[in-house]
Structure formats: structure tokens, C-alpha cells
Design a protein around this ligand. Structure first.
Ligand code: SF4
Ligand code: SF4
Length: 377
């Protein structure tokens, strides 16, 4: 039986006179140390160690803020990277703690200079290369760009990971929405990966730049349409809710009251793996399920809303822990007897394709756009 660890000593929820200015003090003060978040936390479930749960991590953040721990403290370093950043803790927190923002502020401070995990530093630099590769024709197969954003259309974002790994997703979107969507040229990266890997200022600046490139002009700010839940939540955080739509919620709006193209039933059993940031950051859960149910027999996995271990760059930064988190999801998928697993984020898609392939599973992983395009009559 796993040992239950006691909660570490908490500090008074007031700002210390020795605050270092790493965190917004009112965000740290929001936590009342009630522990309601512990059962929702995948890393706490793995370890049953208080330090590996949201409450313990917030206690560590307070110690860092107040100068009682230094950034090179081994526990701080371990917990800053062990956290998935899935934000499941936010959805059950009675005090409304903005854990995702606190984690960004923590990593901004923690992952500097020699304390930057090598893989995180390489990833921050590497994503900037992707637009260059695309421009040079090295990333092929994604939807062709259509020039300047047109007024009245939603502007499809070609996410960095998706255009490189799953280029068929953007093509599927154009088949589903041939008249409503354009694909502006010269998009660049939205900066979500940077924001989650210790460079939140750079991530916000990249999102604003992308927002500017996606504006049609003439007073039309332009809606950015994305097929990646992680990118959607980051863009909403920076650009605001009105300017951003994730694909499933956009289709739910466009195809309300029976509108949209005829779709045939594919005769398959299909489950959904939520995107953490789409579910926990934006609250979008019903739309993708309803769309899957239009073309397949929908099967709800018990842990559909629990992180699959992809978590942005987590599978690269902590591959062993990522697989430990993934294993439970794979067990459920195989036990459910489904033919297709539907995803709404490219990181989840890569994680689940790889995991199911390792198990020699016959379950097919498809992005929601690919599933629906397959059902076009
Ligand atoms: S549920 Fe919220 S207030 Fe309670 S310990 Fe967790 S983060 Fe803090
Ligand atoms: S973000 Fe996820 S892994 Fe991190 S503390 Fe919250 S629930 Fe746990």
C-alpha cells in the first residue's frame, strides 16, 4: 500500500514582506489548502505524494516566492517539470485558483539559464524553425495557404506540430467547411509551447503577432480557427474569447439545427480523448462528443477527461512519466472495444498513435476533422 504523505506546512495566505515578485501574490493567496484538487491530479494519483499534487506545489511556490527555497532546490526542480500542466485541478477547486497561470509564472522563473531543461530549451528554439521549413517546402501535405485573410471568413491556423505530423487534418477542415474558411499565409507559431515551457512573455508576444496576421482589416478582427485544443486555450488567454474558436465548437455553431453537409454513419464504435486545455481551460466538452455521435456509435471512456500524458512537450521532457500516465488510458481504450479513438489536439494524437502502436492495437486514432471528413456523403 502506498504511503500517504502529510501536507507540507502552509504559510499564511498573505503576501510576505520578503516576496520575490515571481508570482502574482493574489493568485498564490487564493489557495486555501483544502485539498479538494488532489483526487483530480494525475501525478498525485501516480505517487500519493503531497508534493506531487496541486496543493503541495502551491506550497512550494510560496516557499520560492518568500525566499525559503532557492530555484536550484531539488524538490522545486523536480516538481516544476513533473507537473503535466493539465489544469484538471482548476476544474474542482472551490477557491478558483488559477493554477495554469501560476505554473507559467513558476517555470518562467525556474527554467532560466542553467536550470532550463535541455529539451525545453531546444523546443523553444526549434518551433521557430517550423515556419521556415514550411516556407521552404520541407513540410508538405497541409492545406495550401490562400493569401491574405478575407473578411467574413474564419481563418484556419496551421499549427506547428499538426502541419508537420498530421497535415491531413487541415485538409479535412477545408473539406468540411469549403466556403467558411480561409488559410492565411505567413502565419508563424501561436507560442503555446513557449508559454508552457518557461517563456510566457515570448509565448504571448507570438500569439499577438499571429492575431495581427489573422486580422482581415477594415474593422474585422477576424476569428482564428484552430484544430488544437492547446493552441486554442493559449490564444483565448492572449487574444480573448471572441477571436478564437476551436474546431468542434465552431462546427457546433455552424452546423446548429441540422445545418451542415450530409454525413453518413460510419458504422464504427468511437471514443473521444479530451484535450486537457480545451476541457479544463475552455470548458469545451459537449461539442466534440455530439459531433462524434453524428457519425459513429459514441463510447465514453471512464477517464476521457484525464490527461493522456502528452501534455504539450511533456512526452519529450519526461518520457517515462508520460508513459506511466498514458498506460491507464491505453488500458481503457482496449477494454472499451472501440474501433476509433478521436482526438482534438495533435499532441494527444501523436501520443496515442505511438502508444497504441507499441501495443499492436488495431484501434485507429483520428482527429475529429478526419473522422467527420470521412463521413461526408
Ligand atoms: S482545491 Fe484549490 S484551494 Fe483547495 S488546495 Fe487545491 S488549489 Fe488550493
Ligand atoms: S496541472 Fe495537472 S498534474 Fe499539475 S498539479 Fe494540476 S492536476 Fe496535477
Amino acid at each position: 500500500m502506498t504511503e500517504q504523505h502529510e501536507a507540507p506546512p502552509t504559510t499564511s495566505p498573505t503576501t510576505s514582506p520578503t516576496s520575490r515578485g515571481i508570482f502574482d501574490p493574489e493568485l498564490l493567496d487564493d489557495c486555501i489548502s483544502c485539498g479538494f484538487c488532489l483526487p483530480a491530479c494525475p501525478t498525485y494519483a501516480l505517487t500519493q505524494d503531497e508534493r506531487s499534487g496541486p496543493r503541495g506545489r502551491i506550497t512550494l511556490m510560496r516557499a520560492l516566492e518568500e525566499g525559503r527555497l532557492e530555484p536550484d532546490d531539488p524538490t522545486l526542480r523536480e516538481q516544476a517539470s513533473f507537473c503535466l500542466g493539465c489544469r484538471a485541478c482548476e476544474t474542482v477547486c472551490p477557491a478558483g485558483v488559477q493554477y495554469g497561470t501560476l505554473l507559467e509564472q513558476w517555470r518562467d522563473h525556474q527554467w532560466r539559464g542553467v536550470h532550463t531543461p535541455p529539451a525545453a530549451g531546444m523546443l523553444r528554439a526549434g518551433v521557430r524553425v517550423t515556419p521556415g521549413l514550411a516556407a521552404a517546402g520541407r513540410v508538405r501535405g497541409a492545406a495550401r495557404t490562400t493569401g491574405r485573410p478575407a473578411a467574413g471568413k474564419a481563418h484556419l491556423m496551421l499549427g506547428c506540430a499538426e502541419r508537420a505530423l498530421f497535415p491531413g487534418v487541415s485538409q479535412a477542415v477545408l473539406r468540411l467547411l469549403p466556403d467558411a474558411v480561409d488559410v492565411p499565409a505567413g502565419q508563424g507559431c501561436c507560442g503555446a509551447l513557449h508559454a508552457h515551457n518557461g517563456a510566457s512573455g515570448q509565448g504571448a508576444a507570438m500569439a499577438r503577432e499571429l492575431g495581427g496576421r489573422m486580422a482581415a482589416g477594415d474593422g474585422d478582427p477576424g476569428v482564428v480557427l484552430t484544430t488544437a485544443g492547446g493552441c486554442a486555450a493559449h490564444l483565448v488567454h492572449v487574444l480573448g474569447r471572441d477571436r478564437v474558436r476551436e474546431l468542434s465548437e465552431y462546427l457546433a455553431e455552424q452546423w446548429a439545427d441540422g445545418a451542415g453537409p450530409p454525413l453518413r454513419n460510419l458504422g464504427v464504435r468511437a471514443a473521444l480523448q479530451d484535450s486537457c486545455h480545451l476541457r479544463n481551460g475552455m470548458g469545451v466538452t459537449a461539442a466534440p462528443r455530439a459531433l462524434v455521435a453524428r457519425v459513429a456509435e459514441y463510447v465514453e471512456l471512464p477517464s476521457a477527461g484525464t490527461c493522456c500524458g502528452a501534455a504539450g512537450t511533456y512526452a519529450l521532457l519526461r518520457p517515462e512519466d508520460s508513459r506511466r500516465v498514458l498506460d491507464a488510458t491505453l488500458d481503457e481504450i482496449e477494454a472499451a472495444g472501440v474501433d476509433v479513438l478521436v482526438v482534438v489536439n495533435p499532441g494527444c494524437q501523436r501520443q496515442l498513435v505511438d502508444g497504441l502502436r507499441r501495443r499492436r492495437s488495431t484501434v485507429e486514432v483520428l482527429h475529429l476533422a478526419e473522422l467527420l471528413a470521412r463521413a461526408l456523403a
